[in-house]
Design a binder for this molecule. Structure first.
Ligand code: ADP
Ligand code: MG
Ligand code: ZN
Length: 440
């Protein structure tokens, strides 16, 4: 009897954001003193509430876009419930039926197209450290942003899998969202393996999931070992979770595979669902494309210099480095803007990339001056402000009601919402006055 291996992959990628997924603790935990990067949120203490990390979500969307996924305009977090000591809350905040990204693909060198089922956001667990007869727990990793990328069962060999993994590693590094350092555990891989009989059309009704492998070489060996085991023991093809033992070069059963129902998934009640604007997704798509288009060596050098000497975002640096009309006006304008007007480098970069100033025909001084004026607190675009306030009032009806009922604090909440959405620097008292004028 001849068999064809059927392999699907789950990959976890740790993001290199400054802070954790749902709290302000530093996510830079590697090699740090245990339990020093913790707070009530990532320790799961009663009453502590999660607050999602915007950058992490944006990076998750960028990964999805680079993998040709659709971004759902509606999405949410869910609780995945299970009991294990490295999971202090007793559940992991993850995504179940509404992942941020789905239905993507990636092409291999043999022209095979591998389907990407989903790319979702979740949080990492703590780390168990076994010492002699005792087990210690380090929660520094608890709550670090983790992206999970799940493929269709489209691979037929370990070689294809390893090529795919190297591509994923390269993509997240190019996007600048993860170091994808295997030795540090930034990328953890779980192959699912079954065998199809010759001529069999439908997927096998079972699969073996091999847990948590953190090197390409071991993925390769684990897949080969598991294919061997299933080939030689046709009676031993069952649904289970296994681990790969390097010493014996065999896969070993850990537990019979759990089903989704075992996790009692339900929507995370402490984080409201997400509704993305199409325009926001289009912008991220453009950013992902800029990052993924291979730069020339010179562009790459320029990009690095820009980041080094003027702290702007990697996407802005890439955009400027790759377009001569941006590049020729950026450097001089940015330093004059900074020195003479106190304009942050990112402010100059935004104005140039969004072409809010003439890029040719004027001097750097004039351009820096225009940008400074654009950012001046007093010259607020009234129409834009009114539009923003109307939107905020529409989306926060309950805060408006609260205010009308006498809850003074509600007004400051609304002020905060307006300032967050308004593209210019703006004075708090100005926003408050305009808001009050509308609410009355
Ligand atoms: P879960 O979330 O329970 O692990 P999924 O249905 O999302 O389950 O599948 C996980 C992985 O298993 C996916 O990468 C998928 O491609 C792979 N897979 C599904 N069916 C098979 C199969 N018969 N053989 C090998 N891999 C499979
Ligand atoms: Mg799984
Ligand atoms: Zn924390």
């Amino acid at each position: 009897m001849k068999y064809t291996p059927v392999i699907g992959l789950e990959v976890h990628v740790e993001l290199k954001t400054n802070s954790k997924m749902f709290c302000r603790c530093s996510a830079d935990y590697f090699g740090k003193k245990p339990n020093t990067h913790t707070c009530p949120v990532c320790l799961g203490l009663p009453g502590a509430l999660p607050y999602p990390n915007k950058k992490a979500i944006e990076w998750c969307l960028m990964i999805g876009l680079a993998l040709n996924c659709e971004i759902s305009l509606f999405s949410k977090f869910d609780r995945k419930n299970y009991f294990y000591p490295d999971l202090p809350k007793g559940y992991q905040i993850s995504q179940y039926d509404e992942p941020f990204c789905k239905n993507g693909f990636i092409d291999l060198s043999n022209k095979k197209r591998v389907g990407i089922r989903r790319v979702h956001m979740e949080e990492d667990t703590g780390k168990l450290i076994h010492e002699g007869n005792s087990t210690l727990i380090d929660f520094n990793r608890s709550g670090v942003p983790l992206v999970e990328i799940v493929t269709d069962p489209d691979f037929e060999s370990a070689g294809e899998v390893v090529e795919y993994l190297k591509k994923i590693q390269q993509i997240v590094r190019t996007l600048g969202v993860s170091n994808a350092d295997l030795e540090r555990g930034d990328m953890r891989m779980e192959p699912n393996i079954s065998l199809k009989n010759e001529g069999q059309k439908e997927l096998p009704k079972y699969r073996i999931e091999v847990k948590n492998i953190n090197s390409f070489k071991l993925v390769d060996k684990a897949i080969e070992a598991e294919i061997d085991r299933q080939t030689q023991n046709p009676g031993q093809r069952f649904q289970a979770t296994m681990r790969y033992d390097e010493k014996t070069n065999t896969t070993v059963t850990m537990r019979l595979k759990e089903e989704a129902a075992d996790y009692r998934y339900f929507p995370e009640p402490d984080i409201p669902p997400f509704h993305w604007q199409q325009a926001y997704i289009e912008k991220l798509k453009k950013d992902a494309k800029v990052m993924m288009d291979k730069p020339s060596e010179e562009e790459e050098r320029t990009q690095e210099l820009l980041i080094k000497f003027s702290p702007i975002s990697p996407v802005s640096a890439a955009t400027i480095a790759r377009d001569p009309k941006f590049y020729s006006s950026y450097g001089g304008t940015a330093s004059i803007g900074k020195d003479e007007f106190g304009t942050p480098y990112q402010g100059t970069a935004n104005a140039i990339i969004n072409q809010k100033v003439p890029l040719v025909g004027i001097s750097d001084e004039e351009r820096a001056k225009i940008i400074a004026d654009l950012n001046r607190v007093s010259d607020v675009d009234e129409d834009e402000l009114n539009k923003t306030i109307d939107e905020v009032l529409k989306e926060n009806k309950s805060a408006v009601e609260d205010y009308k009922k006498g809850k003074e604090n509600a007004i400051m909440f609304l002020v905060g919402q307006v300032m967050r959405m308004f593209p210019q620097k703006i004075d708090v008292s100005k926003v408050k006055a305009s808001l009050l004028a509308k609410i009355k």
